[in-house]
Ligand binder design. Structure first.
Ligand SMILES: [Zn+2]
Length: 115
């Protein structure tokens, strides 16, 4: 799991009011019955404020996941905890054979604000 890009901003620059942020992500194929296996990424003040991840499928083209809009929502609403699902919009294969990737990412975001 690699970050798509860094925007050269640190968490404390982008979100000065956040003390720390924990992102839990799990990837799951459509119709999979297995419990998602969450990975945990912890951001503190000096962490790169990069909240987008590549799709975990090597053959996926143009896919990926961006969690920043959810963090922005939480900052607006004052919520400390959010969770949900997003679906990869990338494609597998090319031309007439192409299929939507549709890999699901379940996420949980926990924000600890500065006092
Ligand atoms: Zn994908």
């Amino acid at each position: 799991m690699n970050a798509i890009e860094t925007n050269n901003k640190k968490l404390c620059e982008l979100y000065p009011r956040i003390e720390s942020l924990t992102l839990f992500v799990a990837f799951q194929k459509a119709n999979a019955d297995v419990e998602p296996n969450y990975q945990q990424i912890i951001f503190t003040g000096n962490s790169d404020a990069t909240f987008s991840l590549h799709c975990s499928r090597d053959e996926c083209f143009g896919g990926g996941f961006d969690y920043k809009p959810f963090i922005d929502d939480m900052m607006r609403s004052g919520d400390e905890l959010a969770h949900g699902k997003i679906v990869c919009q990338g494609s597998l294969g090319s031309g007439d054979e192409a299929q939507g990737c549709r890999l699901r990412s379940e996420y949980r975001i926990v924000i600890r604000r500065k006092p």
